[in-house]
Design a protein. Sequence first.
Length: 323
Amino acid sequence: MYRYIVTRLLLAVPTLVGAAALVFVLMRLIPGDVCVIRMGSGGSHVSQAAVDACRQQLGLNDHIFVQFVSFLGNYFTFDFGISMWSGRPVIQEIATRLPVSLQIAVMATLIAVLIAIPLGTISALKENTWLDHVVRVVAVAGIATPSFWLGIMSIVLVLDITYLATGKAWMPPIDYVSFWQDPIRNLSIVALPALTVGYRYSAVTMRMTRSAMLEVMREDYIRTARSKGLVEQIIVNRHALKNALLPVVTLIGIEFAFLIGGLVVTEQVFNLNGIGRLFVQAVQNQDNVLTQALTMLVVLIFVVTNLVVDVLYAWLDPRIRYS
């Protein structure tokens, strides 16, 4: 077990270095001079001396290899630099927005698990019955529905229900308040986007749970044991559920990592100042420093989440080892 963990940790390092190299190259392939864009965004004339001073400040006159080593060293020490647009440290910009996205991602993942695993299991146990067909329709609808449309419809639904119930349409406030400061106000802000995102991601997990459960239940040893009696059938069903949930654990971890960096549309629809919206603003403002920092943050979350999932997977199934 310890050898497996160490091996996975060592494999994470070249993954991060490779991702950093890709981000470094792609950001420098963007047309135009960063300093010219930064200093001439208001349409004013920029002197060559000012551009040269800016390039010297950002280290753009150094050799490309020196720039990459400096870039890599800064990110491994969590020194993301200074935002080209706001002039604030990037780490402060991220720290201000991350709690919103993190809370929505955690709540959406929990909602997806609570919806997907029970319904996916029931769908597999009741294969080809009306209940199975209903669950599959719900799953397909979640996969096929665009996130922006689902978010807009959920807002309209809340407006209509509150208007019919109280005579006055109600919408949650948009200024974020932490859960520890005001739990009720906090949940009123994040509950609707979390439910919307959670339903969409539960659809994929639901189908995955059903498929994995059916695959395990069709194994010869499962069918043989189930034919021996009720007690054996209960034990085997538990064993089948455990084996079926192993690949689902991986999917849930990947979904959680994707949620952190993939809340762009949801945060735009619900007007939430999270990481996704910050990403959009960084691109619109041509803030290359902030853009590459957010990109590397998403990569880091993906790598760490997959590492945790792999270790958990090996703990649940002792047969998984590196030879």
